[in-house]
Design a protein around this ligand. Structure first.
Ligand code: HEM
Length: 625
């Protein structure tokens, strides 16, 4: 999902028209199985965890690792050889490329051909973008961004991928990504992504384009001001504490836990409170509303990868039981949002508080409250679209980041030791505060590095609104483009030891890595005017959860757990969950009962340092211009 959603950030309908032959049609998993996935539409890529439970990393683990490495290398070599042989290369019609292919087939080394034909190519009227074709039958079982990576290694930073009548430009070059996302961003829209997400997000900030996007962005960004984000730290702490209590019970009972599903519930509880002051309490209950949210989320994901846009068939939604369930779920959520908007309007009417730039209502510090208090003159439908967008954008992404962080940590005990040492010395047994965010430097680097290896979403989607030139190649209006963040973050040209989980690659005393200081080689939150509005929120949220969890528990992959494999949904999911054994490190701390929401943000705290640590807001202000 190239979106928060594959969509969000999700690869759009790599549908029948596009990548449909990668996989068969999906089925919607039942809520009870959420978030366990079928081996996804785009298939899966196997990252097998050690089943040694990580208990003896030096023996079994290292043996498994080297076997995995050998298999992976063998697979890579075979695939690269096939790609290089031209199996995936589209025949160019002109003489030079035809002759080049024939000579290649006769065994003339490609280096010699490149040299001989560089002169001819230079005199062709306009350069032709490298092309690959989509009959990638033998690698159809992979998560879709994996074959894109192999093709990138052969075809370079920009190439065209053809699927029958449909084609996509795949961009994996930082300069071209910067051009599309920042320098010429006005010439690109969200394209397929907007079409797929329309049913759930309407004209919310993620799918919106043009004037609607400009106005809504200008209204929403101020709501995530520094005092608001600081106030959220206590919410993150309280929600994580609820998760700790669950884990504590599991540790006492000796039960293994499925962490992906728990992280999904943790971040749902947080985002509901943070965006519209609603307590889903999904860590404790499976209420109808929680089920409705997951029904809608799964539908959005499935649409993004469905071979046929069945939802466009006019009577389909009236006769398909699944579509009826989706409509009912949407209605339930919309009704609740309408009620919350009405309640909040009454609160705002009654309150005396003067609205100002860093306005936060102590009883209800939500984004909704800020928007209504600011006098945002907008229809309830638009407001609902925006709230729904932020709910989805801020839920799955953070859950996926935590899931893959804990997976990575399970393979690197030395990183865990360093992390626990830092957390023990800085936090002790108390809840994190805004000041701690600046001090938890190694924890922040762990999240930075996890986002490099597992960017959420792995692909950003755009469509060109006018003719342009990308990497020297002219492209036409209406091109669908995938910017592969996965490829950028794993490019051997840009990174040493690309596959190694190494938080140390980011110096502790250096700036927090972002798209600007890494010159678009690193795009954890996108870049340009459409950069994530929740970057600082999400960074603090994941650091708080990580710190509190590793402070209290040790986590290991459960004995006999299914291998941890990737599939693409809205973000990168596991196919069968992340089953872990949790062991208590210390007794649960005695903490005072805190009223929710609690606003203990200290306005005197200067966030500018934290801002430098956690992300650059330059993009946000540029979006206002
Ligand atoms: C770790 C968690 C998160 C990650 C990795 C993430 C990542 C991203 C990325 C990569 C984009 C750019 C998409 C594009 O250019 O197509 C984006 C956009 C966006 N994100 Fe996030 N995000 C996260 C959390 C959040 C949260 C917590 C919120 C809300 C509170 C949020 C709200 C949004 C919105 C509204 C946009 C669209 C902005 C626009 O188009 O103007 N995100 N996010």
């Amino acid at each position: 999902m190239a979106a928060h959603f594959p969509l969000l950030h999700a690869p759009p309908s790599l549908s029948a028209k596009t990548l449909h032959f990668y996989r068969s049609k999906p089925t919607t998993p039942s809520f009870s199985s959420y978030p366990k996935r079928r081996k996804g539409l785009y298939g899966l890529s196997t990252i097998i965890c050690s089943s040694s439970n990580g208990r003896d990393p030096n023996s079994v683990d290292s043996g498994v690792k080297s076997v995995e490495k050998l298999l992976e290398e063998k697979r890579r070599t075979e695939l690269s050889a096939r790609i290089t042989s031209g199996e995936f290369t589209v025949e160019q019609s002109g003489f030079p490329s035809g002759a080049k292919k024939s000579l290649l087939k006769l065994g003339v080394p490609s280096e010699i051909l490149e040299f001989l034909f560089s002169w001819v190519d230079a005199h062709e009227d306009c350069p032709k973008i490298p092309e690959a074709k989509g009959a990638i039958s033998s690698i159809r079982s992979e998560a879709f961004f994996i074959p894109l990576y192999e093709l990138f290694l052969t075809y370079g930073g920009v190439f065209r991928l053809n699927f029958g009548p449909k084609s996509f430009l795949i961009v994996s070059d930082p300069t071209i990504a910067k051009h599309i996302l920042r320098e010429n961003s006005k010439a690109y829209s969200k394209g397929i992504l907007a079409e797929i997400l329309e049913f759930v997000m309407g004209t919310g900030l993620i799918p919106a384009d043009g004037e609607v996007w400009r106005i809504r962005r200008r209204t929403i960004v101020p709501a995530l001001h520094q005092k608001y984000v600081a106030a959220m730290i206590s919410l993150f702490g309280q929600a994580t504490d609820r998760l700790c209590k669950k884990l504590d019970a599991a540790a006492s009972d000796g039960e293994d836990v499925e962490m992906e599903s728990l992280f999904s519930r943790l971040t749902l509880d947080i985002i509901g409170k943070a965006v519209f002051n609603y307590d889903f309490d999904s860590l404790t209950n499976d209420t109808g509303i929680v089920e409705a949210v997951y029904t809608v989320l799964r539908e959005a994901e499935d649409r993004s990868v469905s071979p046929i846009p069945f939802w466009e068939i006019p009577i389909w939604k009236d006769i398909s039981p699944r579509q009826k369930r989706v409509s009912a779920a949407l209605k339930l959520i919309n009704d609740i949002l309408d009620d919350l908007i009405a309640i909040c309007k009454r609160m705002v009417d009654e309150e005396e508080l003067q609205f100002h730039e860093e306005y936060v209502n102590e009883q209800d510090p939500s984004i909704l409250h800020f928007l209504l208090a600011s006098g945002d003159d907008v229809s309830s439908k638009q407001l609902r679209d925006d709230l729904m967008t932020m709910l989805i954008a801020g839920h799955e992404t953070s859950a996926a980041v935590l899931t893959w962080t804990f997976y990575l940590l399970s393979k690197e005990p030395s990183v865990v030791s360093k992390l626990q040492e830092e957390v023990d010395s800085i936090l002790g047994d108390r809840f994190p505060t805004i000041e701690d965010m600046k001090k938890l430097k190694y924890a922040t680097r762990v999240i930075n590095e996890s986002l490099r290896l597992y960017p959420q979403p792995p692909v950003l989607i755009r469509r060109s609104l006018e003719n342009d030139v990308l990497g020297g190649y002219p492209i036409k209006r209406g091109e669908d483009i995938f910017i592969s963040v996965w490829n950028l973050h794993r490019s051997p040209k840009l990174w040493d030891d690309v596959e190694k989980f190494k938080p140390e690659r980011w110096p502790l005393d250096g700036p927090n890595p972002n798209e600007t200081n890494q010159n678009f080689s690193y795009l954890p939150f996108g870049g340009g005017p459409r950069k994530c509005v929740g970057d600082m929120f999400a960074s603090y949220e994941t650091v708080v959860a990580l710190a509190m969890l590793v402070r209290r528990f040790d986590f290991q992959i459960a004995l006999g757990a299914p291998p941890v494999e990737m599939t693409t949904g809205a973000t990168i999911h596991t196919t069968e969950g992340l089953k872990m054994t949790v062991t208590r490190r210390i007794k649960p701390p005695i903490v005072p009962t805190l009223e929710m929401p609690t606003l203990n943000a200290d306005a005197s705290v200067n966030l500018s340092e934290g801002d430098a640590l956690l992300g650059q807001k330059g993009e946000v202000s540029s979006a206002h211009s």
